[in-house]
Design a protein around this ligand. Structure first.
Ligand code: ARG
Length: 455
């Protein structure tokens, strides 16, 4: 493609380090779309003739067909996707192919292709996040009343409902989807027409190509257009945060499926057995989702290191932007799909959760609150009395709700038998009616809100 200035072929090692077709072939669809829009614009601007444009579009159709059929010759000697397409176009339509690259450079071409790929990936991810949220909402709705212990420090803290716990993740994944949407909005400007770095002397219409390719507008600085990859980094940052959330849910699934917890059962579809221990049913999918966040974070780190300190404008370093980005979105997609599958499939063991919800004196705060409300004790004093009640119950080997009234009255005279009404896990959860609290009606209100958003 640049034979004019060169007399010898590149060293084999040069080709080995330079070649990117092995991975940037994933940009083929975007590359064809960009070339189509560019050719139509060149014709409209009077830069190429209608015949040449028709030949180019026809050739691009053939190439699209070859790619779909798996017969397109991806060739290493043509380095990357852009030159592979152009070389094939020349074979198909002859010299007119050479006119397609007027007023364009591989620098704005790759910036365009990659931006469109990341934009598509963000859209797909938002769809996958919504599907995961829908699976969580469906389980939450089925279990808005199912009690479970709420934890702090992984110690039983206060009873909550399984529905409430799942809805916490719906909020997290909602913010994740919002971050991908924000990134998409910011990246939705077309770099095509920035050419090599300085713009073009041809009468190109960048608004036209931007519009044809679904962008809001063309980018406003040609140097910036070809030299930044912050759109990819921003998406990888969003992917990393999403991975952090996924890994927390994955970890909970791992914990909940242990016989020690026994809170949920996973279906055979998302577990594996052991080749030596016949009793095993391992939550491998959850473990792998938990681990994939490493790839996501790694990708963000990798690309930020590639980009840091690069002088403007394009440098070949930037060819290394694709592999981490592709890998990250592949890992994220698998994780989101597997997580949605696990969530839809999992079966809570309600009696076990309910029993655990009452363990560990989980209604102690309810006793303290009752003392404040009914006997007008300052909260600190109520906390002290309740602490003593817990100590007593521990001594007697019983639960708070099983403490004889006389024992409670020995700690605070005014305590009457109605105190027992607040000491069950169900009453505890039902009492937390504050906005966003775990009371089933509050949880149902949030489920309804999300169903409307996700509809
Ligand atoms: N394969 C290259 C990349 O991914 C395309 C751009 C090449 N531009 C250049 N001036 N060598 O970045």
């Amino acid at each position: 493609m640049w034979g004019g200035r060169f007399t010898a072929k590149p060293a084999e090692l040069m080709q080995a380090i330079n070649v990117s077709i092995g991975f940037d072939r994933r940009l083929a669809a975007q590359d064809l779309a960009g070339s189509r829009a560019h050719a139509a614009m060149l014709r409209k601007a009077g830069v190429i003739t209608s015949q040449d444009e028709a030949a180019i579009q026809g050739g691009l159709d053939t190439i699209e067909g070859e790619i779909a059929a798996g017969t397109f010759p991806f060739r290493e000697e043509f380095e990357d996707i852009h030159m592979n397409v152009e070389a094939r176009l020349r074979e198909l339509i002859g010299p007119a192919a050479g006119r397609l690259h007027t007023a364009r450079s591989r620098n704005d071409q790759v910036a365009l292709d990659f931006r469109m790929w990341v934009r598509d990936a963000c859209d797909r991810t938002i769809g996958q996040l919504k599907a995961l949220q829908a699976a969580l909402v469906a389980q939450a709705e089925a279990h808005a009343d199912t009690l479970m212990p709420g934890f702090t420090h992984l110690q039983p803290a206060q009873p909550v409902t399984f529905g409430h716990h799942l809805m916490a993740y719906v909020e997290m994944f909602g913010r994740d989807a919002g971050r991908f949407a924000d990134a998409r909005r910011r990246m939705n400007e077309s770099p095509l027409g920035a050419a090599a770095l300085a713009g073009s002397p041809f009468p190109i219409d960048r608004e036209m190509t931007a519009k044809a390719l679904g962008f809001d507008r063309p980018t406003a600085n040609s140097l910036d257009s070809v030299s930044d990859r912050d759109f990819a980094l921003e998406s990888l940052a969003a992917a990393t945060l999403c991975g952090v959330h996924l890994s927390r849910l994955a970890e909970e699934i791992v914990i909940w499926t242990t016989p020690q917890f026994g809170f949920i059962r996973l279906s055979d579809a998302f577990t594996t057995g052991s080749s030596i221990m016949p009793q095993k049913k391992n939550p491998d999918a959850a473990e792998l989702v938990r681990a994939k966040v490493g790839r996501l974070m790694g990708s963000f780190t990798q690309l930020s290191i590639v980009m840091k300190g690069l002088p403007l404008a394009y440098s070949k370093d930037m060819q290394e932007d694709k592999v981490p980005t592709f890998e990250a979105f592949d890992a994220l997609e698998l994780s989101l799909l597997a997580m949605a599958g696990m969530v839809a499939d999992l079966e809570p063991v309600a009696p076990r959760m309910a029993q655990a919800a009452g363990a560990g004196f989980s209604t102690a705060t309810d006793l303290a609150d009752w003392l404040v409300r009914t006997l007008d004790l300052p909260f600190r004093d109520a906390h002290h009395v309740t602490g003593a009640a817990v100590k007593k119950a521990e001594e007697l080997g019983c639960d708070l709700s099983e403490l004889p009234l006389s024992e409670l009255q020995a700690l605070s005279q005014g305590i009457g038998p109605d105190v027992y009404e607040v000491l069950t896990p169900r009453a505890s959860a039902a009492s937390r009616k504050s906005y966003g609290g775990t009371a089933p009606d509050q949880v149902r209100a949030q489920i309804k809100r999300w169903k409307d958003i996700l509809a």
